[in-house]
Design a protein around this ligand. Structure first.
Ligand SMILES: Nc1ncnc2c1ncn2[C@@H]1O[C@H](COP(=O)(O)OP(=O)(O)O)[C@@H](O)[C@H]1O
Ligand SMILES: [Mg+2]
Length: 245
């Protein structure tokens, strides 16, 4: 179980997160939904040590995670797939994927994990020798997820994995998330679309201005009156916009 309790973060003297608490268990998906600038990325960055918490605790199966340097996260079996993908653009797709297993904790399962991600993402074999920078945005996101999974995480943090992708690619990545969950890996992901967030999530959290204001099961969040009015209503009115990319 990954548990975040009363997490506070400041950037300088500006307080960004206020008493954020959330949890996720193996084989569960937790969604943090909130508007742009609400602090979603900051939560994930604080969990993995990319920003310093000014209060609260983060524990993994009871052991503290705060203070563990980011480069040791995979040794704790915590993986992070950042927003904007961060592939090595001049390296090939297969090189990028294999690089995900650089850590000794991932080496033991290398063959099995590689077989699994090749099955999840046919693009790996189709584009194995192509420079990652040549791929479309959707293909790059798939390679980034495959690289993250090669690190053999038990807890996978995904910062806006659907950002800017076409509806077809969104569906494919949602299916991958279900497969990751079925393998017993816990997923925490950020997303701005309420319907997408909570239809995928076992646990849902609504973040506004750095505070968790509503939480519940995914279904419970979809049925919540405020979420329906403020977030699902707005989306229904904007249904013609669609995604880009
Ligand atoms: N490095 C930083 N220094 C100062 N303020 C930041 C920094 N990164 C983010 N912020 C601010 O913190 C708030 C939360 O940002 P972020 O966690 O990126 O939100 P989200 O991911 O929900 O869009 C925003 O107001 C943003 O401007
Ligand atoms: Mg963000």
């Amino acid at each position: 179980m990954l548990e975040v309790t009363d997490l506070d973060v400041h950037y300088g003297s500006t307080r960004i997160l206020w008493n954020v608490s959330l949890r996720v268990a193996p084989g569960e998906i937790a969604a943090i939904m909130g508007p742009n600038g609400s602090g979603k990325s900051t939560i994930l960055k604080a969990i993995v040590g990319l920003v310093k918490a000014s209060g609260g605790t983060v524990t993994l199966d009871g052991a503290t995670l705060l203070g563990v340097p980011t480069h040791q996260m995979l040794a704790r079996r915590v993986g992070l797939i950042m927003e904007r993908r961060c592939l090595f653009p001049a390296m090939t797709v297969m090189e990028n994927v294999r690089m995900g297993a650089f850590h000794p904790a991932a080496a033991a399962g290398f063959d099995e994990n590689l077989a699994w991600v090749r099955q999840l993402f046919p693009v790996i074999d189709q584009k194995a020798g192509v420079a990652a920078g040549q791929l479309s945005g959707g293909q790059q996101q798939m390679v980034a997820i495959a690289r993250g999974l090669m690190g053999a995480p038990r807890y996978l943090m995904m910062d806006e994995p659907f950002l800017g992708l076409s509806p077809k690619i969104v569906d494919q990545i949602a299916e991958v998330m279900a497969a990751v969950k079925a393998r017993g890996i816990a997923v925490v992901f950020n997303e701005q679309n309420a319907h997408l967030s909570f239809s995928l999530a076992d646990r849902g959290y609504l973040l506004e201005s750095g505070r968790i204001v509503i939480e519940g099961s995914g279904m419970g969040m979809l049925e919540n009156e405020k979420i329906r009015q403020v977030y699902l209503g707005v989306e229904a009115a904007r249904a013609g916009d669609g995604h880009v990319g």
